[in-house]
Design a binder for this molecule. Structure first.
Ligand SMILES: C[S@@+](CC[C@H](N)C(=O)[O-])C[C@H]1O[C@@H](n2cnc3c(N)ncnc32)[C@H](O)[C@@H]1O
Length: 231
Protein backbone atom coordinates (compact mmCIF):
# COMPACT_ATOMS: atom_id res chain seq x y z
CA UNK A 1 0.00 0.00 0.00
CA UNK A 2 1.40 3.45 -0.83
CA UNK A 3 1.87 5.89 2.06
CA UNK A 4 -0.93 8.07 0.72
CA UNK A 5 -3.29 5.09 0.60
CA UNK A 6 -2.42 4.29 4.26
CA UNK A 7 -3.01 7.92 5.13
CA UNK A 8 -6.50 7.77 3.61
CA UNK A 9 -7.22 4.41 5.24
CA UNK A 10 -7.72 5.99 8.66
CA UNK A 11 -11.37 6.02 9.62
CA UNK A 12 -11.25 9.63 10.76
CA UNK A 13 -8.79 11.21 8.40
CA UNK A 14 -7.78 14.77 9.39
CA UNK A 15 -8.68 15.82 5.87
CA UNK A 16 -12.31 16.26 6.95
CA UNK A 17 -12.55 18.86 9.70
CA UNK A 18 -15.75 17.33 11.10
CA UNK A 19 -18.69 15.11 10.16
CA UNK A 20 -20.55 18.02 8.56
CA UNK A 21 -17.53 18.74 6.32
CA UNK A 22 -17.33 15.08 5.25
CA UNK A 23 -21.05 15.07 4.55
CA UNK A 24 -21.21 18.22 2.39
CA UNK A 25 -17.92 17.27 0.67
CA UNK A 26 -19.29 13.94 -0.58
CA UNK A 27 -22.76 15.36 -1.31
CA UNK A 28 -21.21 18.03 -3.52
CA UNK A 29 -18.96 15.55 -5.31
CA UNK A 30 -21.86 13.15 -5.92
CA UNK A 31 -23.93 16.01 -7.34
CA UNK A 32 -21.11 17.14 -9.64
CA UNK A 33 -20.31 13.60 -10.80
CA UNK A 34 -24.01 13.01 -11.55
CA UNK A 35 -23.94 15.96 -13.93
CA UNK A 36 -21.34 14.20 -16.12
CA UNK A 37 -23.12 10.82 -16.37
CA UNK A 38 -23.83 10.33 -20.07
CA UNK A 39 -27.04 8.24 -19.87
CA UNK A 40 -29.39 6.53 -17.38
CA UNK A 41 -28.04 3.12 -18.46
CA UNK A 42 -24.37 4.12 -18.20
CA UNK A 43 -21.92 1.75 -16.55
CA UNK A 44 -19.84 3.95 -14.29
CA UNK A 45 -16.50 3.54 -12.48
CA UNK A 46 -15.47 5.88 -9.64
CA UNK A 47 -11.76 5.12 -9.21
CA UNK A 48 -10.33 6.13 -5.83
CA UNK A 49 -13.83 6.84 -4.56
CA UNK A 50 -12.85 7.41 -0.93
CA UNK A 51 -15.74 7.13 1.50
CA UNK A 52 -18.27 8.16 -1.20
CA UNK A 53 -21.06 8.63 1.36
CA UNK A 54 -23.53 9.60 -1.39
CA UNK A 55 -22.60 6.97 -3.99
CA UNK A 56 -26.27 5.91 -3.91
CA UNK A 57 -27.16 9.29 -5.48
CA UNK A 58 -24.68 8.61 -8.29
CA UNK A 59 -26.01 5.07 -8.73
CA UNK A 60 -29.57 6.42 -8.94
CA UNK A 61 -28.58 8.26 -12.13
CA UNK A 62 -26.82 5.41 -13.95
CA UNK A 63 -27.17 1.70 -14.76
CA UNK A 64 -24.43 0.46 -12.44
CA UNK A 65 -21.60 1.88 -10.38
CA UNK A 66 -18.24 0.35 -9.41
CA UNK A 67 -16.44 2.02 -6.52
CA UNK A 68 -12.72 1.17 -6.69
CA UNK A 69 -10.73 1.95 -3.58
CA UNK A 70 -7.21 0.87 -2.62
CA UNK A 71 -7.54 1.53 1.13
CA UNK A 72 -8.86 -1.66 2.81
CA UNK A 73 -10.71 -0.05 5.74
CA UNK A 74 -12.40 2.47 3.47
CA UNK A 75 -13.32 -0.37 1.10
CA UNK A 76 -14.78 -2.44 3.95
CA UNK A 77 -16.92 0.51 5.07
CA UNK A 78 -18.14 1.07 1.49
CA UNK A 79 -19.01 -2.62 1.10
CA UNK A 80 -21.04 -2.52 4.30
CA UNK A 81 -22.77 0.78 3.59
CA UNK A 82 -23.91 -0.17 0.09
CA UNK A 83 -24.53 -3.90 0.62
CA UNK A 84 -28.25 -3.43 -0.09
CA UNK A 85 -27.78 -1.41 -3.26
CA UNK A 86 -27.82 -3.82 -6.20
CA UNK A 87 -26.41 -1.17 -8.55
CA UNK A 88 -23.21 -0.61 -6.51
CA UNK A 89 -20.18 -2.91 -6.44
CA UNK A 90 -17.04 -2.23 -4.42
CA UNK A 91 -13.75 -3.46 -5.90
CA UNK A 92 -10.02 -3.43 -5.31
CA UNK A 93 -7.84 -1.74 -7.95
CA UNK A 94 -6.61 -5.23 -8.92
CA UNK A 95 -10.17 -6.46 -9.55
CA UNK A 96 -10.86 -3.42 -11.71
CA UNK A 97 -7.66 -4.01 -13.70
CA UNK A 98 -8.87 -7.53 -14.52
CA UNK A 99 -12.22 -6.39 -16.00
CA UNK A 100 -13.01 -6.85 -19.69
CA UNK A 101 -12.13 -4.13 -22.20
CA UNK A 102 -14.98 -1.66 -22.80
CA UNK A 103 -16.59 -2.35 -19.41
CA UNK A 104 -17.56 1.29 -18.72
CA UNK A 105 -19.33 4.22 -20.38
CA UNK A 106 -18.01 6.72 -17.86
CA UNK A 107 -14.95 6.66 -15.61
CA UNK A 108 -14.25 9.34 -13.02
CA UNK A 109 -11.09 9.68 -10.94
CA UNK A 110 -11.44 12.62 -8.60
CA UNK A 111 -8.77 14.01 -6.29
CA UNK A 112 -6.37 11.12 -6.80
CA UNK A 113 -3.90 12.32 -9.49
CA UNK A 114 -1.96 14.42 -6.97
CA UNK A 115 -1.12 11.30 -4.94
CA UNK A 116 0.20 9.30 -7.90
CA UNK A 117 3.76 9.21 -9.21
CA UNK A 118 3.84 10.16 -12.89
CA UNK A 119 4.35 6.53 -13.97
CA UNK A 120 1.36 5.47 -11.82
CA UNK A 121 -0.85 8.07 -13.49
CA UNK A 122 0.33 6.92 -16.92
CA UNK A 123 -0.45 3.30 -16.00
CA UNK A 124 -3.96 4.22 -14.81
CA UNK A 125 -4.73 6.29 -17.91
CA UNK A 126 -3.74 3.32 -20.08
CA UNK A 127 -6.01 1.09 -17.99
CA UNK A 128 -8.92 3.56 -18.28
CA UNK A 129 -8.43 3.63 -22.07
CA UNK A 130 -8.71 -0.16 -22.07
CA UNK A 131 -11.77 -0.20 -19.78
CA UNK A 132 -13.72 2.55 -21.55
CA UNK A 133 -16.09 1.86 -24.43
CA UNK A 134 -14.94 3.55 -27.66
CA UNK A 135 -17.55 6.31 -27.16
CA UNK A 136 -17.00 6.51 -23.39
CA UNK A 137 -16.12 9.53 -21.27
CA UNK A 138 -13.27 9.93 -18.77
CA UNK A 139 -13.21 12.67 -16.11
CA UNK A 140 -10.04 13.39 -14.15
CA UNK A 141 -10.97 15.80 -11.38
CA UNK A 142 -9.29 17.97 -8.76
CA UNK A 143 -6.00 18.14 -10.66
CA UNK A 144 -3.74 20.44 -8.63
CA UNK A 145 -1.78 23.18 -10.38
CA UNK A 146 1.55 23.92 -8.74
CA UNK A 147 1.31 27.60 -7.84
CA UNK A 148 -0.08 28.46 -4.41
CA UNK A 149 -1.89 25.10 -4.23
CA UNK A 150 -1.91 24.98 -0.41
CA UNK A 151 -3.00 28.60 -0.04
CA UNK A 152 -5.87 28.10 -2.51
CA UNK A 153 -6.86 24.81 -0.81
CA UNK A 154 -6.96 26.52 2.60
CA UNK A 155 -8.99 29.46 1.28
CA UNK A 156 -11.40 27.15 -0.54
CA UNK A 157 -11.90 25.11 2.64
CA UNK A 158 -12.64 28.27 4.67
CA UNK A 159 -15.14 29.48 2.06
CA UNK A 160 -16.74 26.00 1.89
CA UNK A 161 -16.95 26.01 5.71
CA UNK A 162 -18.49 29.51 5.81
CA UNK A 163 -21.12 28.51 3.24
CA UNK A 164 -21.99 25.25 5.00
CA UNK A 165 -21.91 26.04 8.71
CA UNK A 166 -18.47 24.73 9.70
CA UNK A 167 -16.25 27.82 9.47
CA UNK A 168 -14.91 27.51 13.06
CA UNK A 169 -14.23 23.81 12.58
CA UNK A 170 -12.48 24.60 9.28
CA UNK A 171 -10.03 26.92 11.08
CA UNK A 172 -9.35 24.28 13.73
CA UNK A 173 -9.13 21.63 11.01
CA UNK A 174 -6.47 23.59 9.13
CA UNK A 175 -4.41 23.81 12.33
CA UNK A 176 -4.85 20.04 12.80
CA UNK A 177 -3.74 19.37 9.23
CA UNK A 178 -0.61 21.48 9.82
CA UNK A 179 0.18 19.30 12.85
CA UNK A 180 -0.66 16.02 11.07
CA UNK A 181 1.08 13.43 8.92
CA UNK A 182 -0.26 15.17 5.82
CA UNK A 183 2.50 17.76 5.73
CA UNK A 184 5.16 15.20 6.70
CA UNK A 185 4.06 12.94 3.83
CA UNK A 186 3.80 15.83 1.44
CA UNK A 187 7.38 16.74 2.25
CA UNK A 188 8.65 13.15 2.10
CA UNK A 189 6.76 11.85 -0.97
CA UNK A 190 5.43 15.05 -2.50
CA UNK A 191 2.27 15.70 -4.45
CA UNK A 192 2.01 15.63 -8.24
CA UNK A 193 1.06 18.92 -9.88
CA UNK A 194 0.01 19.52 -13.48
CA UNK A 195 -0.67 22.57 -15.59
CA UNK A 196 -3.68 22.24 -17.92
CA UNK A 197 -1.49 21.65 -21.03
CA UNK A 198 0.58 19.07 -19.11
CA UNK A 199 -2.50 17.05 -18.11
CA UNK A 200 -4.01 17.35 -21.60
CA UNK A 201 -0.64 16.12 -22.93
CA UNK A 202 -0.65 13.13 -20.57
CA UNK A 203 -4.18 12.26 -21.69
CA UNK A 204 -3.22 12.65 -25.37
CA UNK A 205 -0.23 10.32 -24.88
CA UNK A 206 -2.62 7.74 -23.40
CA UNK A 207 -4.90 7.94 -26.47
CA UNK A 208 -7.46 10.55 -25.39
CA UNK A 209 -8.62 13.88 -26.74
CA UNK A 210 -9.15 16.04 -23.68
CA UNK A 211 -10.21 19.48 -22.60
CA UNK A 212 -10.48 21.30 -19.32
CA UNK A 213 -14.05 21.41 -18.00
CA UNK A 214 -15.56 24.79 -17.18
CA UNK A 215 -15.88 23.86 -13.51
CA UNK A 216 -13.91 21.54 -11.29
CA UNK A 217 -15.83 18.74 -9.59
CA UNK A 218 -16.11 19.67 -5.88
CA UNK A 219 -15.64 22.93 -4.01
CA UNK A 220 -12.10 24.03 -4.94
CA UNK A 221 -12.26 25.93 -8.21
CA UNK A 222 -8.50 26.60 -8.20
CA UNK A 223 -8.17 22.93 -9.16
CA UNK A 224 -9.12 21.48 -12.54
CA UNK A 225 -11.30 18.77 -14.07
CA UNK A 226 -10.48 17.33 -17.50
CA UNK A 227 -12.98 15.58 -19.75
CA UNK A 228 -11.48 13.10 -22.19
CA UNK A 229 -12.70 10.89 -25.01
CA UNK A 230 -10.95 8.03 -26.75
CA UNK A 231 -9.18 9.30 -29.89
C1 LIG B 1 -8.55 12.80 -1.46
S1 LIG B 1 -9.04 11.11 -1.53
C2 LIG B 1 -10.23 11.23 -2.82
C3 LIG B 1 -11.48 10.46 -2.51
C4 LIG B 1 -12.69 10.85 -3.37
N1 LIG B 1 -12.49 10.54 -4.77
C5 LIG B 1 -13.00 12.32 -3.15
O1 LIG B 1 -12.87 13.09 -4.08
O2 LIG B 1 -13.35 12.68 -2.04
C6 LIG B 1 -7.66 10.36 -2.30
C7 LIG B 1 -7.88 8.92 -2.69
O3 LIG B 1 -6.75 8.50 -3.48
C8 LIG B 1 -6.48 7.16 -3.18
N2 LIG B 1 -5.09 6.89 -3.54
C9 LIG B 1 -3.99 7.53 -3.08
N3 LIG B 1 -2.88 7.02 -3.64
C10 LIG B 1 -3.29 6.02 -4.47
C11 LIG B 1 -2.61 5.09 -5.31
N4 LIG B 1 -1.28 5.10 -5.42
N5 LIG B 1 -3.37 4.21 -6.02
C12 LIG B 1 -4.71 4.21 -5.92
N6 LIG B 1 -5.41 5.06 -5.14
C13 LIG B 1 -4.70 5.94 -4.43
C14 LIG B 1 -6.75 7.04 -1.68
O4 LIG B 1 -7.02 5.72 -1.31
C15 LIG B 1 -7.97 7.97 -1.51
O5 LIG B 1 -9.18 7.28 -1.60
Amino acid sequence: MSDWVSFYDFKHSVIYVNARHRDVHYARIAEDIRAHIPSPAARVLDYGSGEASYADRIAAKCGSLVLAEAAPNVRAALTQRFADNAKIKVMTPEQVAALAPGSFDFIVMHSVSQYLAVAELEGLLAMFRHLLKPDGLLAIGDVVPARFASLFAAMALLRFGAANGFFGAAILGLLRIVASDYLRLRKAIGLSHYTAPAMIGKLAAAGFTAQRAERNIGHNQARMTFLARVK
